[in-house]
Design a protein. Structure first.
Length: 484
């Protein structure tokens, strides 16, 4: 029996695992996908919100501000990309300036520092490509941008280094109360735990409703995005929001920590909890709305599009805590925007709730730091030449768009919780993230995965499960035999 089982290896589950690993506890994370960061956590805006949007007094407001405060130190400890670039909420009608003032007051009540209203001239000086119609903006200097993959993977790797077990390809099918805890049925065996943490994203209502009479309903809210090439990355230097509406903060335009430009999302409530398809209509809407706030967006620089699902709870609030009729079962549900920003604080809150139940001893050997993925590009010419002389794989460039070497891909596979698919490699070291979107490097990345994992190339998938790339009869370049 485990002390704690966490269902879900997204950013909330990984943050909870990392915080709980500070204590003498036996912890396991169950994840239905083949890797961490496969749901909402992988497909979002990558924004660290300042905290002016959520109503004062809500859990969203509290955890947003706290999470933003923690993000800087966390990025140093876990070595993932994060920058405080600031954000701008733009209004295009002078009559809407009172709404900006309301947001400013709300943010100040929530504890956000440095908020101010910018005039048209100040805004244009800060963002030369702002729309000619922009009348004013709310400036939040504490907002920032983060790599969502780096954050999620960093939390999970550090948790694993501190003894947390991860079980992938393990889908929960049932939960029932037993003496001293809970029994969890999965398609990969039975598990028992004293405490269960439900961090299952858009499926958190389904998990919760197995154990409580008070039902939750999570609606998947689909958001479609366009990602532009790095040559467009400097088009804006801040995250540009429009005034919030019924479905949230609207379409944004933002730089990314890797130098791209990102625009989106749409907001459409759907019934399919796996419905991450993109549509011509949705992507056209993204571009049209983005151009209302930012002029001259180069649509010809779009290199890919994607969609993510937000776990929208009916009350539009984070649900964190024990249901009255399910002692030892802790919900972490309804974690939509600003969930990514809030995740470090969510981890703290989950840890506090568990520790109050179990009263564990604090570890003296907790490993607080984790070294991120090594890039030869960070070295000077002489140091890089010396590295390649000692380890030639770092001189063999596989992904030419992002200049990712074979050595970096091997690192991504061999690290704790290492990559097992093309998307796993992509999320860790960006091979396939560039202009050609893996059009040229995919075969070589597949060969490296097959070699390092000691399996036929035909078994390599895009993202686990049945997402195989090769069908039919192939020649395995490493094993030298024929696979069907």
């Amino acid at each position: 029996m485990y002390d704690v089982i966490i269902i879900g290896a997204g950013v909330s589950g990984a943050a909870a695992a990392r915080e709980l690993s500070r204590w003498h506890l036996k912890i396991c994370v169950l994840e239905r996908e083949e890797d961490v960061c496969c749901g909402t956590s992988k497909a979002n805006s990558g924004i660290v919100h300042a905290g002016f949007d959520a109503p004062p007094g809500t859990l969203m407001a509290k955890l947003n501000v706290r999470g933003s405060e923690l993000m800087g130190k966390l990025s140093e400890e876990l070595d993932f990309p994060f920058r405080r670039t600031g954000s701008l909420v733009v209004c295009r009608d002078i009559r809407d300036i009172p709404r900006l003032e309301e947001l400013k007051t709300r943010g100040e009540t929530n504890g956000v520092k440095g908020l101010r209203i910018l005039s048209r001239s100040e805004l244009a000086a800060m963002e030369p490509n702002i729309s000619d119609d922009a009348a004013a903006a709310l400036y939040a200097p504490s907002a920032g941008i983060v790599c969502p993959f780096g954050l999620n993977i960093g939390l999970a790797e550090n948790a694993a280094a501190n003894g947390v077990e991860f079980r992938f390809n393990t889908r929960v099918s049932g939960i029932q109360k037993i003496s001293g805890g809970w029994q969890i049925s999965t398609d990969n065996g039975e598990y028992q735990a004293r405490i269960v943490v439900n961090a299952a994203g858009v499926y958190a209502d389904w998990i919760h409703n197995m154990v409580s009479r008070r039902k939750l309903r999570i609606t998947p809210r689909k958001g479609e995005y366009c990602l532009l090439d790095r040559s467009a990355g400097g088009h804006v230097t801040h995250t540009i929001f429009t005034l919030p509406g019924k479905f949230g903060k609207g379409v944004l335009v933002t730089p990314t920590v890797h130098g791209n430009l990102l625009i989106g999302p749409t907001a459409a409530d759907i019934s399919d909890k796996d419905g991450t398809d993109t549509t011509a209509e949705g992507l056209s809407k993204v571009m049209k709305k983005a151009r209302l706030n930012v002029r001259d967006i180069p649509a010809d620089k779009v290199i890919t599009s994607f969609a993510g699902l937000r776990a929208h709870e009916d009350g539009h609030e984070f649900i964190i805590g024990e249901p009255e009729d399910a002692e030892g079962f802790i919900d972490c549900a309804g974690i939509e925007s600003p969930g990514l920003t809030s995740s470090p604080a969510i981890g703290e809150m989950i840890s506090d709730l568990v520790c109050k139940k179990l009263s564990p001893a604090r570890r003296t050997d907790f490993i607080a730091e984790r070294k991120g993925f090594f890039s030869p590009a960070s070295l000077g010419p002489r140091e890089r030449s010396e590295l390649i002389r000692k380890e030639p794989s770092y001189g063999n460039i596989i992904c030419r768009c992002e200049m990712i070497s074979e050595g970096e891909i091997i690192d991504a596979i061999q690290r704790p919780l290492g990559a097992r698919s093309l998307d796993g490699v992509k999320r860790r070291v960006r091979a396939g993230m560039g202009r050609c979107q893996s059009g040229f490097c995919m075969p070589r990345v597949m060969e490296i995965l097959a070699r390092e994992l000691d399996c036929p190339v035909s078994e390599i998938t895009k993202s686990g499960g049945t997402s195989h790339i090769i069908r039919g009869t192939v020649k395995d370049s490493f094993k030298g035999d024929t696979e069907s």
